[in-house]
Ligand binder design. Structure first.
Ligand code: HEM
Length: 461
């Protein structure tokens, strides 16, 4: 049976047979399910010589593993605490395919083909002009290599093995190191201090079962997405039927933590929030409290374990609890966007795999040097990542609703000039106050669109 990308029943990797099983053995890890990567190295590469570039990439394959092996390792870890092996992932930009002499590999994603620096993408996304990006990222980017593990030592050792394969004609344009930040309860957080990586689309039956049975359930919000929202037939291996890859978005997003915290204080002051209720200011920016408690469900952080995700905004249609503009409501309206059929709206979601970067000094809120290495897998970049950034986060009129003013931009990631925004004064009650929008505290420093091809494609180079 051919792999069914539109199947409305999730794939069980444990019971996969035939083409489904081969697909999992040929696919890179981290696409269908996030690979554990508390330490993550990222190498951004440029090739000056096609055959040396190809030799490097095929030489990487023995250091890599398949999605199937990664799933088996994760299962063994859950059941017996057996540690897995490091993850090595490889992506190529369109320029990268050209630099390897592979112009004839035919991609259908127009946004990928143009690259993130193309003026169309810069304009759609509201990004800074290329000349303002971090210098390294202004160069032509051909490939990305990710090396991750739960622990630093295996990740560092595997990185050394990858680097040993580099030759003179391959330039490391930029190198990033991501390290998971955790709060006092051990939850993974982003640099502003909020739990991140909780709400993700799930593609596999085992992950959906675990979400239903061991997390807070899936009866209100079902995180299932069909494989076709993340997988694309690998155009480099001519219709094999079992070789798949995914479009990979990488963006270095610098976070001005001091500015964000000042904005939280300013909003709390402007709305006269007192005591515990002051934490609602930041929660209104994000849509969740720092500990992940969804603002639409609770007026205060309740430290619920597991962090809740089984919710929609159905009970909060007027946004008296969670404002329309809150980051998580903008980037996933969960069917309340008044925009499209909820099932169609859901198809814009993407598999986020971000990682924080930068050293933090305890007690210091940095203005620069720290941020998020935003990463996401897509099957159509213009319908997923670009759509969400441009037509939801940056769009002052989204989501459309009955009473003015417009929601304004996403306070966390919205790019462009920011009109004033209305915020609920009292959680769950009528009455909002219009306040100048918080200053932009996230700056795009550079990035690229890649395709993460199948392992047989890499071996064939
Ligand atoms: C520095 C930049 C960013 C920060 C600090 C940030 C922070 C967060 C936080 C704290 C959450 C809540 C945790 C969760 O639900 O998993 C979240 C969720 C999310 N973010 Fe971001 N994010 C950033 C960039 C982006 C970008 C660039 C996009 C896409 C254009 C994005 C899309 C999403 C989506 C889709 C969700 C899940 C919403 C849901 O399903 O409820 N984020 N983000």
């Amino acid at each position: 049976m051919p792999v069914n990308l539109d199947n409305t029943a999730p794939l069980s990797w444990k019971n996969a047979t035939g083409d489904d099983d081969t697909m999992l053995q040929h696919l890179q890890p981290n696409i269908l399910k996030g690979h554990v990567r508390d330490r993550l190295h990222i190498l951004i590469l440029q090739f000056a010589d096609a055959s040396a570039g190809r030799a490097f990439l095929s030489g990487l394959v023995p250091l890599m593993k398949s999605a199937k092996t990664a799933l088996e390792e994760a299962d063994a870890f859950n059941q017996h605490d057996t540690k897995g092996t490091p993850y090595v992932g490889v992506g190529l930009s369109k320029l990268g395919y050209q630099a390897l002499g592979l112009d004839d590999v035919e991609f259908h994603d127009e946004v990928f083909k143009k690259g993130m620096k193309h003026p169309d993408s810069v304009a759609h996304l509201g990004d800074p002009k290329k000349e303002q990006w971090q210098q390294e990222y202004q160069k032509d980017i051909h490939a990305v290599v990710l090396v991750g593990d739960h622990d630093p030592d295996p990740a560092d050792a595997r990185l050394a093995e990858v680097k040993a394969l580099l030759t003179d004609s391959i330039t490391v344009i930029a190198e990033e190191t991501g390290q998971t930040q955790r709060d006092d309860a051990g939850r993974a957080i982003e640099q502003f201090g909020y739990v991140d990586g909780r709400s993700l689309p799930l593609f596999l039956a085992e992950d959906l079962e675990a979400e239903r049975d061991t997390m807070d359930g899936t009866d209100v919000w079902d995180p299932f997405l069909p494989l076709g929202r993340v997988l694309v037939a690998d155009p480099g291996t001519a219709d094999s039927g079992t070789d798949f890859g995914s479009y990979f978005v990488l963006r270095k997003l610098e976070q001005n933590v001091r500015a964000f915290k000042a904005a939280e204080e300013e909003l709390a002051n402007a709305l006269n929030l007192t005591n515990d209720d002051r934490a609602r200011a930041g929660a209104m920016f994000v849509g969740r409290f720092r500990d992940g408690t969804p603002l639409t469900l609770q007026p205060k952080a309740i430290g619920h374990t597991p962090v809740m995700n089984n919710f929609t905004y159905g009970e909060d249609a007027a946004a008296h609890k969670c404002p329309f503009q809150a980051h998580v409501r903008k980037t996933n309206p969960r069917g309340s966007g008044k925009f499209q059929d909820p099932e169609v709206e859901k198809l814009h979601l993407m598999a986020r795999r971000g990682q924080t970067y930068g050293e933090r000094t305890p007690g210091v809120d940095p203005e620069s040097g720290v941020g998020l290495l935003f990463m996401a897998f897509n099957s159509q970049i213009d319908q997923q990542f670009e759509f969400v950034q441009q037509l939801w986060a940056n769009n002052t009129g989204f989501p459309a609703h009955d009473s003015p003013p417009d929601p304004g931009r996403d306070p966390v990631i919205g790019q462009g000039s920011r009109p004033p925004q209305a915020w609920p004064l009292v959680w769950g009650e009528d009455g909002t106050q219009e306040v100048p929008a918080p200053a932009q505290a996230v700056t795009m420093k550079g990035g690229e669109y890649f395709f993460m091809p199948s392992l047989p494609f890499l071996s064939s180079l």
